[in-house]
Design a protein around this ligand. Structure first.
Ligand code: KIV
Ligand code: ZN
Length: 520
């Protein structure tokens, strides 16, 4: 990954773990964040915004842990201009080989008057002081005038010039409320490029929200105007309607190189896998017709289209499914052994060992008995679920359910953790409800199911059902996921994985953060 300034290179700054994680209902634990960060690095992301360290002990711990394992990508921590924020951000990223501190303060009249209750002069002073403080720790400092697109451009440029003079090397212009339009944003970025004077490596960046569905279009307009960093998230997740979707920006830049004339360092063949991982861990499914990573993005339904594609793919395809990692490759079958299994995982970049590997292999064998073709997506789903139940988590040992049109649905579950085995039976509104209720009773925990989502990992009647749930317990939310060819079993696994997070958070309170803590 190049760290020197190349005018034809657009730096991809991923904020899935910070702005993306601010989506309602997403609560990733440290292990899950590390898993995503490692995949982002594999994808070739230049900068990973790993979190907002002052916002919670859990966020701090995650940023620090990511800084310790990520070697290639820059690891960035967000901070307001207050010194306490900046000190905390530095403590979290300081072990990274390439650390960055991202300082922000709002510059729009409405934010300054109503939210900050500061005068423009005070905002400018705070911005300069914050950037200078960050620069004292770290060479790589980014500054964002929050709500930039609703700020007075003259005032914003004045602040930007002042922070560049204080040492900022990246200036990020956020469309915080998704208000701007491509033409307007192009002109604003061109104005900043033209007016702010700085060192040769000064980079102008863009950070667009999707309230009007324009985040990607606005980001690309900014690139056309000279922005050389784009802030984005996988699958476009983020506050409200989300952030600009990385996969769309990267593929637009690549496919329309004739228009943009720039490159990114992204290994596009990793896009689909990254999208699946983020969808699974966040519980935010990807819509079928989503550009680039949606399951229908390369499916041709109409006869005329199918005929055209069979004759020459280019008739109806502007990108190759393979180039974004969308072609489902069949990797293993019923007779594959342990060696082939772990070899396939390694080729897919999944590093698993010990208990997780053993458990995943058992699940693979069970699945191979029920399903003819085992795809990469299936393997990812199994491994991801097993990673979620490693360590001292409760595991599902057995599940028996009964139901029918006339009978009250009942479920018996057996779960175990180390030497502790529990068996519990419960009835419920349906078999899924009965299974979750039996788990809840076995662990004597109060937990309310607030969201339930089921989808299939791949197509076909024997597809793996992929269930994500969100539960709430004592003011804390946790999500869980489970996969199985049986939807009731997948649901029980998902529910148990969410319950495990609540149990773990209660047993190690400082390590887990409850969802809903504030972000910018
Ligand atoms: O949307 C926004 O303004 C932000 C800033 C912190 C960059 O997320
Ligand atoms: Zn944002």
């Amino acid at each position: 990954m190049s760290k020197t300034f190349d005018p034809d290179r657009v730096v991809i700054f991923d904020t899935t773990l910070r702005d993306g994680e601010q989506s309602p209902g997403i609560a990733l634990n440290v292990m899950e964040k590390i898993e995503i960060a490692e995949q982002l690095q594999r994808l070739g992301v230049d900068v990973i915004e790993a979190g907002f360290p002052i916002s919670s002990p859990g966020d701090f711990e995650a940023v620090e842990a990511i800084a310790q394992v990520i070697e290639e990508s820059t690891v960035c921590g967000l901070a307001r201009t207050g010194f306490e924020d900046i000190d905390r951000a530095w403590q979290a990223v300081r072990h990274a080989p390439h650390p960055r501190i991202h300082v922000f303060i709002a510059t729009s009249p409405i934010h300054m008057e109503r939210k900050l209750q500061m005068t423009p002069e005070q905002v400018k002073d705070a911005a300069v002081a914050g950037v200078a403080r960050a620069k004292g720790y770290c060479e790589d400092v980014e500054f964002s005038p929050e709500d930039g697109t609703r700020s007075d451009p003259e005032f914003m440029v004045e602040v930007l010039q002042a922070v560049v003079d204080a040492g900022a090397t990246t200036l990020n212009i956020p469309d915080t409320v998704g208000y701007t339009t491509p033409g307007e944003f192009h002109d604003l970025i061109a104005f900043v490029v033209d007016r702010v004077r700085g060192p040769d490596n000064l980079r102008i960046s863009t950070h667009c929200h999707n309230d009007l569905g324009l985040a990607v279009a606005n980001s690309l307009a900014a690139v056309a105007a000279g922005a050389r960093q784009v802030e984005c998230t996988i699958n476009g997740i983020g506050e409200r309607a989300g952030n600009a979707a990385m996969e769309e920006i990267v593929m637009a830049i690549k496919t329309r190189n004739d228009t943009y004339g720039v490159d990114t360092g992204i290994d596009t063949s990793q896009l689909a896998r990254t999208s699946r991982l983020v969808a699974r861990l966040t519980g935010y499914p990807v819509q079928y017709n989503k550009a680039v990573v949606g399951r229908n993005a390369f499916a041709h339904e109409a006869g005329i289209h199918q005929h055209g594609v069979l004759t020459d793919k280019r008739t109806y395809e502007i990108m190759d499914a393979e180039s974004v990692g969308q072609a489902t490759e069949i990797v293993l079958g019923k007779h594959s052994g342990r060696h082939a299994f772990s070899d396939a995982l390694e080729k897919m970049g999944l590093k698993v060992q010990g208990d997780v590997l053993n458990q995943a292999f058992i699940r693979f064998k069970e699945l191979a008995d029920r399903k003819v073709q085992i795809t990469e997506a299936d393997l990812e789903a199994i491994v991801a679920e097993e990673l979620g139940v490693q360590g001292d988590a409760w595991q599902l040992v057995d599940l028996v359910v009964m139901g029918g049109l006339e009978k009250t649905p009942t479920a018996s579950v057996q779960i175990k953790r180390n030497g502790d085995r529990r068996l519990m039976t419960s009835d419920g509104d349906g078999m899924i409800d009965a299974a979750c209720e039996a788990i809840r009773k076995a662990l004597d925990i109060e937990a309310r199911l607030v969201d339930f989502n089921v989808s299939s990992v791949t197509g076909g009647v024997d597809a793996l059902g992929d269930v994500t749930v969100q539960i709430e317990s004592g003011g804390m939310r946790a999500s869980g996921r489970g996969v199985s060819t049986d939807v009731v079993e997948a649901s029980a696994r998902a529910y148990l994985s969410a319950v495990n997070k609540i149990v773990r958070a209660r047993e190690h309170p400082q390590k887990e953060s409850a969802e809903g803590e504030s972000g910018p």
